[in-house]
Design a protein around this ligand. Structure first.
Ligand SMILES: Cc1cc2nc3c(=O)[nH]c(=O)nc-3n(C[C@H](O)[C@H](O)[C@H](O)COP(=O)(O)O)c2cc1C
Length: 378
């Protein structure tokens, strides 16, 4: 096989052809998309944030049916991960009553207003799930699945994977961590990760405050010699070569693959991304409690105008979850979460992931060639 025109040390590190990684988009990057990207010479990563250990195992089996190429699994780590377990209750102590979290009236009032204003149907409350996912037991079972299945790449989209580095290393796996600032980058690099992904503000999904152009070189300098991959706003070869020029050895690409045929995402939501311009996203804490870039919608506008403070991740779902279930039932899917980046304006049709990969590689090669010949990228 000829060497990729974009070959970098990332290709040797991960055993891939092109230095292009499919972002581990939660619930969107599932087996078919992951396998398609890996088969096309990139690294597919499962977005397993909300998947149980068993669900992760079945994704891994499906991927291995579809390809022999390397792939990864991305999960979100809670802040207390790897910490000491909570102390056991003293012998004979009374068991604390199960805590049930009640929303304060300003939040329930806001939810009622939303139901009225958007004409949403009444639906039953779901049993409180707070703490069920993003808890340390849940995470441990996710990690067990990754380690026992010897997944080539373990990626953390949130938090510091340091406690898990030794067990992944033991079977020869690599560890990647996503960060949005220099402080977090330094921490995960000191924790021994193999690659730091510096994700800029323009990215889709959970995102920080620093733009990719400013963030990447500062992270590169801070964590050297740990290699850095750039994320946020990469849509074609120009973005790839820009990332390399900033000192990254590869790119981590979300939105461009979110609109692929294989992405596990409703067509109606993909269509909104394909119709969007670069100005149609907004960062909000509405859906998860953390800053997340979404395709803007009237519900986000209403939340941002309310002045309400978002609750921590896990609990904020008590506000947004019920509204989203009702919106889906009412066919108002445009009110539901639709994370996408500022690069959305670049994409206008759904294409197979293989074609998207080929487009990224070909346009990257062309940009490099033009730069060599003319000193300009396009
Ligand atoms: C729909 C969607 C879901 C995402 N979910 C996750 C996730 O579960 N874990 C994670 O590490 N990153 C997640 N991200 C962020 C991506 O990993 C990535 O950093 C981002 O998409 C890169 O920017 P781009 O969209 O401009 O390419 C998500 C992004 C999108 C668009």
């Amino acid at each position: 096989m000829p060497r990729s025109p974009l070959h970098t040390p990332l290709c040797d590190l991960l055993g891939i052809e092109h230095p292009i990684i499919l972002a581990g988009m939660g619930g969107v990057a599932t087996a078919e998309l992951v396998a398609a990207v890996s088969e096309a010479g990139g690294l597919g990563i499962v977005g397993a944030a909300t998947m149980s250990g068993d669900e992760i195992r079945s994704q891994i089996r499906r991927i291995r049916d579809l390809t022999n190429a390397p792939f990864g699994v991305d999960i979100l780590l809670p802040a207390n991960v790897g910490g000491a377990p909570p102390p056991a209750p003293a012998a004979g102590a009374e068991k604390a009553p199960a805590q049930r979290f009640e929303l304060r009236p300003e939040y329930t009032g806001w939810v009622e207003e939303v139901f009225e204003e958007f004409d949403l149907p009444e639906i039953k409350d779901e049993p409180a799930g707070a703490g069920g996912i993003f808890g340390s037991d849940f995470t441990r079972r996710q990690v067990d699945a990754i380690v026992e299945e010897e997944v080539p790449v373990f990626a953390s989209g949130l938090g510091n994977p340091e406690p898990f580095v030794p067990e992944v290393r033991k079977y020869g796996g690599k560890v990647i961590a996503l960060v949005g600032n220099v402080r977090a980058a330094t921490k995960v690099a000191q924790g021994g990760v193999d690659v730091v992904v510096a994700q800029g503000h323009e990215a889709g999904g959970h995102t920080g405050r620093i733009g990719t152009m400013a963030l990447v070189p500062q992270v590169v300098d801070a964590v050297a010699p740990t290699p850095v991959v750039a994320a946020g706003g990469v849509g074609d070869g120009r973005g790839i070569i820009a990332a390399l020029a900033l000192g990254a050895i590869g790119v981590w690409v979300g939105t461009a693959f979110l609109v692929s045929k294989e992405a596990n995402w409703p067509d109606a939501l993909k269509k909104r991304i394909l119709d969007a311009s670069e100005e149609d996203t907004r960062v909000t804490r509405l859906y998860s409690g953390k800053t997340m870039r979404n395709i803007n919608n009237p519900l986000i506008e209403k939340w941002e105008e309310s002045g309400l403070k978002a609750m921590p991740m896990g609990l904020q779902g008590m506000i947004s979850g019920k509204i989203q279930r009702a919106a889906r039932e009412a066919g108002k899917i445009e009110l539901t979460m639709n994370p996408a980046g500022q690069i959305s304006g670049m994409f206008h049709e759904q294409r197979p992931a293989k074609e998207i990969m080929e487009g990224l590689v070909e346009s990257g090669a062309r940009v490099l060639e033009n730069l060599r010949r003319e000193g300009v990228a396009v």
